[in-house]
Each structure stands twice: as structure tokens, then as C-alpha cells.
Write a protein that binds this ligand. Structure first.
Ligand SMILES: Cc1cc2nc3c(=O)[nH]c(=O)nc-3n(C[C@H](O)[C@H](O)[C@H](O)COP(=O)(O)OP(=O)(O)OC[C@H]3O[C@@H](n4cnc5c(N)ncnc54)[C@H](O)[C@@H]3O)c2cc1C
Length: 453
């Protein structure tokens, strides 16, 4: 049998999505020898096309802002409405509390992810596509030995001083250590596709993301280049389980249930495969260990209603680069650096999550539809929508005030609120049978305490 080729590196990164490409670029710039393994070949499909303003400084830092401008559609804000409402409420990022960047972009992820990956190569990263990581072990010092295989079957062994798991929803380490935990209170699934000739919002708002509440969950409309709009429905499992038709017919039928969203589809033509992804909110027991960190979706995934995923992945990658660079300079600093990283990542996820997991409740709907700028609370909501969830004490104080208002609205809307709670309870912990991820894998594999049914 042919012996595996052995390669020595400073840092091995598993996964060449936004998180993996960002951390590897930043570390290579610090002079480290970095290899990224990507099992796929770019450009590859990925869902998650709406970016956040607070991510723009990271894109600038990576040096690819002009390329992003060329491939993206300018996103000035996000609009929200009930699928029966005549009008919608637009939150413009320019009005955020701290005047964070006034816009972001909507992108085809195949283009954006390839841009970041090729940029890593330009910055000196050894980027390898079609290479799948199969196993990793650590010695007592925290140095790792990883086994991978190329698309042509060649076996590779990487000896690395540090290991980064950026494997996205494959959650490589989380599965290995059996520490992936499904968010039982947030069982939902998405069904989505790309359409041509969808009506956009007028004027400068034509690039904004639209979010609709409807009886079975919520829907997104994300305008892309070439007259394409990404349309998706995030639904309660009990509704999705009623599907008896093809995914295409089911998506159309679901859109029809939301009259104002459906109006925008009058001339629309489906131009892609319809994909689905199920049970998709999860976290891991930990994101750090001796000799490794986990970043982006490899650690946690929260419902995408506020388009937070790519930003959290790239922000976590930036914070992770500080850990890895620091540990490579002095291994004794690992515990301290990892603790700061852990706290920062959790803070961002928690602040988004509080809004996200109440999003379909009547009380939160009321807050989004009736924003008042008393105490600059509306600006704080816009800050959250822009991604300003980490550092601003003023914004975080206003989140606390919004929690109080939410509590009052829960009491005021008690009956509807209870109905919503019961729906969530009925759907809690549902496992989707036969639903595959956008990346084509069964989505329930790897949750602690159970195999895929
Ligand atoms: C329905 C839905 C809608 C979404 N909408 C948005 C949105 O509008 N805006 C937003 O910001 N986010 C959105 N997201 C979330 C967003 O897509 C993710 O949070 C983001 O892609 C995370 O980046 P990542 O680099 O951590 O993981 P990924 O982008 O998934 O990259 C991980 C990479 O690792 C590779 N990999 C996995 N295992 C291995 C292995 N063993 N060896 C080698 N390579 C491996 C994979 O092929 C993949 O390319 C959405 C997600 C879903 C499910």
C-alpha cells in the first residue's frame, strides 16, 4: 500500500468557507505557514446570501471590497411585514445607533466564498480543494496530526502546531467529541430557490432583504445580480411534514399562502433546483480545547432571520486569529486567549439569539411593526440588524430596555402569545425525515444522543 505523504505546517484549517478563508488569510499575513482543506471545489453552491454592514470592515481588511462591490447588490436595509400587510416597515442601516457602515451587499455565495478562498491563496495560504479531512488527534503539547484524502484518493498527513475547525454545518469536531446539541425550542426548516423576474422594492431600496411573517413561519426575498432573487420559506416542521408534492410545487404553494409576497412572484420564473434544510439551530458544548478552536457554523448555527451567519463566522475567524497567533508565540497564553475568544463569540450569538428566538411571537412582531425611537430604541434595533451586537454598551443597554418592553407586550398579547408558545412546543425537537441540507447531506446526523432516523 502506498504510504501517506506527510506535510508539516503551523496551522491546519478544516473548511474553506468564509470562516476558514478569513482566519487563514489573517494568519498567513502574520507569517504563519497555513494550509486550508476544502472538501468541495470552488465555486460551490451555498445558501446564506445576505451580508451585514458590520461585516464590511472585515471585508475591507481582507482587501476584497472592490470585488465584493462588483459582484453584489447594494443592501441599504431590511424590511419587515405580515404577508397580508399593504405596507412594509424598512429599517435603514444609515440610522443605526452608532452609525455603523450604511450598507452591506447581497451576494451569490458561490462567488463570495470563492473570492475569499482565492484571496487566501494570494495571501500565501496553501489552499487545497477536493481534500477531505478524515481524522485528527493531538499530542500532550496540543500539536495535531490530521489525516486527509484528496479527490484522487491520495492520502495526506498534516502535522500542525494548531488546528482550526471551520467545517461549517459538517461540525467536524463537534461530532467527533459528541457535543453537538440541537436547539429543541427552535425546530424549523427552510425550503428555497432562485427566481428571475421577482418584483423588487422601489428605488434605492431595490437591494434590501424583505422578511414576511406568515402563518407557518417566515419568508425571505434577497435580491441578487442578473435579475435573480433568492426566495425562501422557514417553516414549522408540522407544516413541512404536510408536503405531498414535489419540492418545487410545495415552494410555490407555500408562497401562495402569503398574499403580499406572492404578488411579487406574478412574473417569476424558477431558475434553480429547490433545496431544503432541516433542524438547523444547534450549538456545541465547547468551542475550544488544547491545540484547537472551532469557528463559524462549526461551533454553532442560529436561525438566519437576521442574516447573521456569515458575519458571525468572519468575526469569529478574526477573533480566532488572535488566539492562534498568540498561542504560536507562547503556548502558555492559550487558556487566557481562548477564554476571551469564547466569551466574545458567545456574546454575539446570545445577543442575536434573544431577538431571533422570539421573532415569530406576537410580542416581537409588535415591536418590529411599531418601532418608536424613544430612548433611541429603534436605532438600537437597527444596530442589531446591522450586526452591532458586541461592543457598544449603549446599544446593549437598549437591548435590555427592549427586553422589558417585550415582557409587557407578552402580557398584553397573552392569548396570541400562548398560541405561539404551544405551536413551538408541538414542534420542539422534531426530527426531519428525508430532508437533506443545502449541501446535500442528511441534516440530523451528528446530534448528541441519536443517529439519523
Ligand atoms: C436556510 C439558510 C439561510 C441562510 N441565510 C443567511 C443569510 O442570509 N446571511 C448570512 O450571513 N448567513 C446565512 N445563513 C448562514 C450562513 O450560510 C452560514 O452561517 C455561513 O456559511 C457559515 O460560514 P462557515 O465558514 O462557518 O461555514 P461554511 O460556509 O459552511 O463553510 C464550511 C466549509 O467546510 C467544508 N468542509 C466541511 N467538512 C469538511 C472536511 N471534513 N474536510 C474539508 N472541508 C470540509 C465545506 O465543504 C464548506 O465549504 C443561512 C443558512 C441557512 C441554512
Amino acid at each position: 500500500m502506498e504510504a501517506a505523504r506527510t506535510i508539516d505546517v503551523d496551522v491546519l484549517v478544516a473548511g474553506g468557507g468564509p470562516a476558514g478563508s478569513t482566519i487563514s488569510t489573517l494568519l498567513a499575513r502574520k507569517g504563519h505557514k497555513v494550509t486550508v482543506l476544502e472538501k468541495d471545489t470552488h465555486p460551490r453552491f451555498h445558501i446564506g446570501e445576505s451580508l451585514l454592514p458590520c461585516n464590511m470592515p472585515i471585508v475591507e481588511e481582507l482587501g476584497v471590497m472592490n470585488e465584493l462591490r462588483a459582484m453584489g447588490v447594494v443592501k441599504l436595509g431590511a424590511d419587515f411585514s405580515l404577508a397580508t400587510d399593504e405596507t412594509w416597515r424598512t429599517y435603514h442601516f444609515a440610522r443605526s445607533y452608532n452609525k455603523t457602515p450604511p450598507n452591506a451587499y447581497e451576494v451569490k455565495r458561490s462567488d463570495f466564498d470563492e473570492l475569499l478562498f482565492r484571496n487566501a491563496t494570494k495571501n500565501g495560504v496553501d489552499t487545497r480543494e477536493g481534500v477531505t479531512l478524515n481524522s485528527v488527534t493531538w499530542d500532550s503539547e496540543g500539536k495535531s496530526r490530521a489525516e486527509a484524502v484528496t479527490a484522487s484518493g491520495e492520502k495526506l498527513v498534516f502535522n500542525a502546531k494548531y488546528f482550526v475547525d471551520a467545517s461549517g454545518r459538517d461540525t467536524f469536531l463537534s461530532k467527533k467529541f459528541d457535543m453537538k446539541v440541537q436547539n429543541k425550542n427552535h425546530a424549523s426548516a427552510a425550503i428555497f430557490g432562485h427566481f428571475r423576474n421577482v418584483t423588487r422594492r422601489p428605488g434605492a431600496d431595490q437591494g434590501n432583504i424583505s422578511i414576511y411573517w406568515f402563518d407557518h413561519g417566515w419568508m425571505w426575498f434577497i435580491p441578487l445580480q442578473d435579475n435573480i432573487v433568492s426566495v425562501g420559506c422557514v417553516c414549522w416542521p408540522e407544516y413541512l411534514k404536510t408536503r405531498t408534492t414535489s419540492p418545487e410545487d410545495f415552494l410555490w404553494a407555500t408562497l401562495k399562502l402569503a398574499p403580499k409576497a406572492y404578488e411579487r412572484m406574478a412574473q417569476a420564473e424558477l431558475i434553480s433546483e429547490v433545496r431544503a434544510t432541516g433542524n438547523y439551530s444547534y450549538t456545541s458544548d465547547r468551542m475550544i480545547g488544547k491545540g484547537y478552536i472551532m469557528i463559524g457554523d462549526a461551533f454553532a448555527f442560529i436561525d438566519p432571520v437576521f442574516s447573521s451567519g456569515v458575519y458571525l463566522a468572519m468575526n469569529g475567524a478574526k477573533a480566532g486569529a488572535v488566539v492562534v497567533d498568540g498561542v504560536l508565540a507562547d503556548r502558555r497564553a492559550e487558556a487566557r486567549l481562548q477564554k476571551d475568544f469564547d466569551e466574545r463569540v458567545r456574546k454575539g450569538i446570545e445577543n442575536f439569539s434573544w431577538f431571533i428566538y422570539r421573532f415569530t411571537s406576537p410580542a416581537m412582531r409588535w415591536i418590529f411593526k411599531n418601532p418608536r425611537n424613544m430612548f433611541r430604541l429603534e436605532e438600537a434595533i437597527i444596530s442589531m440588524l446591522a450586526g452591532d451586537v458586541f461592543d457598544s454598551k449603549d446599544v446593549l443597554r437598549r437591548f435590555a430596555m427592549l427586553r422589558a418592553i417585550y415582557a409587557v407586550r407578552v402580557v398584553a398579547n397573552f392569548k396570541d402569545q400562548l398560541k405561539n408558545k404551544l405551536t413551538r412546543k408541538r414542534n420542539a425537537g422534531t426530527v426531519f425525515r428525508g430532508v437533506t441540507t443545502a449541501e446535500g447531506q442528511p441534516d440530523t446526523v451528528g446530534f448528541r444522543g441519536g443517529a439519523n432516523p
